[in-house]
Design a protein around this ligand. Structure first.
Ligand SMILES: Cc1cc2nc3c(=O)[nH]c(=O)nc-3n(C[C@H](O)[C@H](O)[C@H](O)COP(=O)(O)OP(=O)(O)OC[C@H]3O[C@@H](n4cnc5c(N)ncnc54)[C@H](O)[C@@H]3O)c2cc1C
Length: 367
């Protein structure tokens, strides 16, 4: 009998894990990967889309192109997960596996910030980024705010990148002098685990007259007055609001016995949940790394290794190191890099590499 694996979610983590299992098990694998969407896209491509640098269709990689030994893709909406019986129900079918891997990412709760849907814009979904292609060119004077509603949020550098890229866009349009840019973040520094990257970003903000507003979060958008209200009561008037919405685990996860305090806890050694044979990787977990594709990919490698060990009835002795490389857009065609290590020392440690055109090319190869 073939080894039956269900992979829930064909994002960064799900696709990486599927590729490894297909390569290692081949024809003895019976893997079904399920996603409600018809295509994959890199998170950072949303920045390209919102500033009109790339058309939306060019950043989509259709799942119909998946062709891997032992793998079947199903475009279906997952409606329930029964971890005790390793059973998954979708809007069209129900499935059982020997192993289930939950890689369903994080969703956005737009309603958690009253007024955001009516008076602001979010750039974290592809739909939001597509809408902004028409909105951003209309902004030619006044106040722009890039504002975060709550932590945790995907890709901690992304709000800083959006502010820097907005600056570039306004310079190119010849209207920068007529505009103010503010960046509201819940943390004291832009990338807390990497003080050197934070210093480099703060310097870049200062050089470009971008106002960094630390340790604050956006609570409410007053759509009529065009004012963002922060958690300390401060009111910031705006003409353009680019928001990072509150992140939540997908509803199907929250309704399952897997979720605790909003996310799925896992064993850091093998990414297994408290249910034997049920693994969780990437943004949907509370493993302790940032919500980013590089960490989802790293977790997928570890979970795949643990699953392969169980398949071969071998001992598994590895563990998830929580290391990853994040690229940071500094604008003007330059990209910096931060190499972060979350679990080897007593606290997370980041090593910064200054922004350059060479690292921009490196990022292109990564994508
Ligand atoms: C603006 C922006 C910039 C970013 N830049 C970077 C970057 O430079 N580097 C980096 O590493 N990361 C970056 N990220 C973060 C990165 O995109 C995510 O952290 C990463 O995609 C998480 O991978 P994942 O596998 O956990 O989840 P995802 O890739 O989000 O995949 C989850 C999948 O589950 C599917 N799904 C969810 N619910 C259901 C359901 N009920 N039924 C069926 N399918 C379902 C979704 O359709 C999705 O395809 C960025 C994100 C944003 C928003």
């Amino acid at each position: 009998m073939k080894f039956r694996v269900l992979v829930l979610g064909a994002g960064f983590g799900g696709l990486e894990l599927t590729t490894i299992l297909s390569e290692k098990i081949g024809n003895d694998l019976d893997l079904t990967i399920i996603d409600k969407s018809d295509s994959f896209y890199f998170g950072f491509s949303k920045l390209d889309v919102m500033f009109g640098n790339k058309p939306p269709h060019s950043v989509r990689i259709p799942y119909s192109s998946i062709s891997k030994q032992g793998v079947v893709f199903r475009q279906e909406n997952i409606t329930s997960i029964d971890p005790l019986h390793k059973r998954v129900t979708t809007d069209k079918n129900s499935y059982e596996g020997d192993v289930v891997v939950v890689a369903l990412g994080a969703d956005y709760d737009i309603q958690a910030t009253p007024g955001l849907a009516e008076g602001g814009n979010e750039f974290y979904s592809l739909e939001g980024a597509i809408k902004l292609r028409d909105v951003i060119p209309q902004f030619r004077k006044g106040n722009a705010i890039v504002g975060v509603a709550a932590a945790p949020f995907k890709c901690p550098p992304a709000p800083s990148e959006a502010a820097l890229l907005l600056h570039d866009h306004l310079v190119r349009s010849g209207v920068r002098a007529a505009c103010e840019i503010g960046l509201v973040m819940p943390w004291a520094t832009p990338i807390p685990p990497s003080p050197d990257s934070s210093t480099a970003l703060l310097k870049a903000f200062e050089e470009r007259n971008i106002h960094f507003i630390p340790k604050k979060a956006v609570r409410v958008i007053d759509a009529i007055r065009k004012v963002a209200k922060l958690d300390d009561g401060t009111e910031m008037p705006f003409d353009l609001f680019l928001g990072v919405p509150t992140h939540v685990a997908p509803q199907v996860v929250l309704e399952s016995p897997l979720a605790e305090n909003g996310w799925i806890p896992v064993n850091r050694n093998d990414l297994q949940t408290k249910f034997p044979g049920i693994y969780a990787i990437g943004d949907v977990t509370s493993v302790g790394t940032p919500k980013a594709g590089v960490f989802a990919e790293g977790a997928a490698k570890v979970a795949a290794e643990a699953i392969l060990a169980s398949y071969h009835r071998a001992n598994y002795a590895s563990s998830y190191k929580g290391t990853g490389q994040c690229y940071v857009e500094f604008g003007e065609g330059k990209v910096g890099r931060v190499d972060v290590d979350f679990f080897s020392g007593p606290s997370p440690r980041g090593t910064h590499t200054d922004a350059s055109e060479e690292i921009a090319i490196e990022k292109e190869h990564f994508g």
